[in-house]
Design a protein around this ligand. Structure first.
Ligand code: IPE
Ligand code: IPE
Ligand code: MG
Length: 262
């Protein structure tokens, strides 16, 4: 499926977003509230991932993108980074078959060159095993940064098409080189844990996403919390720079056209 840019066409606004992107934040605070080590929060976070993947698939979300580790998270204490890598390894080993059985396609985006060979092999195998699945595409952003993404895309475009260096570069020329070129841009962005920032997540792709912030800490995020976010999304009017009246007019023209076809 070709990813359409929502800035050039008025996409259909269903009650359920096609693409949900999530910053899973608050694991450390969840653990701290319980006088547990931060790692315990990360472990519970993996359970919340399982629940969210299932809930999204059940609701007909087509793409779910989860920020698991940012390019800035290497700045954390070495033992926390090591534990996060271990958890990621474990999840890749134990979850891929389950994803596959559930019709879920796995993709991992980010600068994978920083991971060890074993991890890269697990990622490759996981992606290969699940490549044909159509129910939901689960993307894990690992060692991902929005600025890295734009720069690597530009670098690849210029390497493959050196002639573009001379003229103005169009959005449509760069888009195929972005890490998530296989997906439409996120309709709904969720950040748990109460912070209201993007933290170098999908900078390019979030241009017209609906933003939703919740105080709920990631380990507590469940199907009901997802439904609250989706309900908020369903109430939004996505104008993409246009006016309300233009949207009404487009809707009227659309229903007249479908009426004529019936
Ligand atoms: C998010 O939870 C998980 C990762 C960044 C890997 P945090 O670990 O950032 O939790 P808080 O923000 O400290 O509570
Ligand atoms: C963002 O959370 C990254 C992930 C959830 C993977 P952080 O906890 O790292 O974000 P900041 O540092 O508070 O902005
Ligand atoms: Mg955090």
């Amino acid at each position: 499926m070709k990813p359409e840019s929502p800035t050039t066409a008025i996409p259909e606004h269903g009650a359920v977003p096609r693409h949900v992107a999530v910053i899973m934040d608050g694991n450390g605070r969840w653990a701290k509230q319980r006088h547990m080590p931060r790692f315990a929060g990360h472990r519970r976070g993996v359970e919340a991932v399982r629940g969210t993947v299932q809930a999204c698939a059940a609701r007909g979300v087509e793409y779910l993108t989860l920020f698991a580790f940012s390019s800035e998270n290497w700045r954390r204490p070495a033992d926390e980074v090591a534990l996060l890598m271990q958890l990621f390894n474990l999840a890749l080993t134990s979850e891929v078959q389950k994803l596959h059985r559930n019709g879920i396609r796995l993709r991992v985006v980010g600068d994978l060159s920083r991971f060890d060979a074993r991890m890269r092999t697990l990622i490759e195998q996981g992606e290969r095993t699940t490549a044909g699945n159509m129910r939901l595409t689960l993307t894990i952003a690992a060692n991902y940064g929005g600025r890295w993404d734009i720069l690597q895309a530009l670098g690849r475009l210029l390497r493959e098409h050196p002639e573009t260096a001379h003229g103005p570069i169009e959005e449509a020329q760069l888009a195929p080189y972005l890490a998530m070129s296989y997906a439409p841009e996120p309709d709904l962005f969720i950040r748990t844990g109460g912070e209201q920032r993007v933290s170098n997540f999908l900078l390019w792709q979030l241009a017209y996403s609906e933003l939703y912030f919740t105080e709920t800490l990631w380990p507590d995020f469940d199907a009901a919390a997802l439904d609250a976010a989706i309900a908020s999304y369903a109430r939004r009017e996505r104008r993409f720079g246009r006016t309300s009246e233009q949207l009404e007019e487009a809707k009227r023209a659309q229903s007249a056209a479908t009426g004529a076809l019936a």
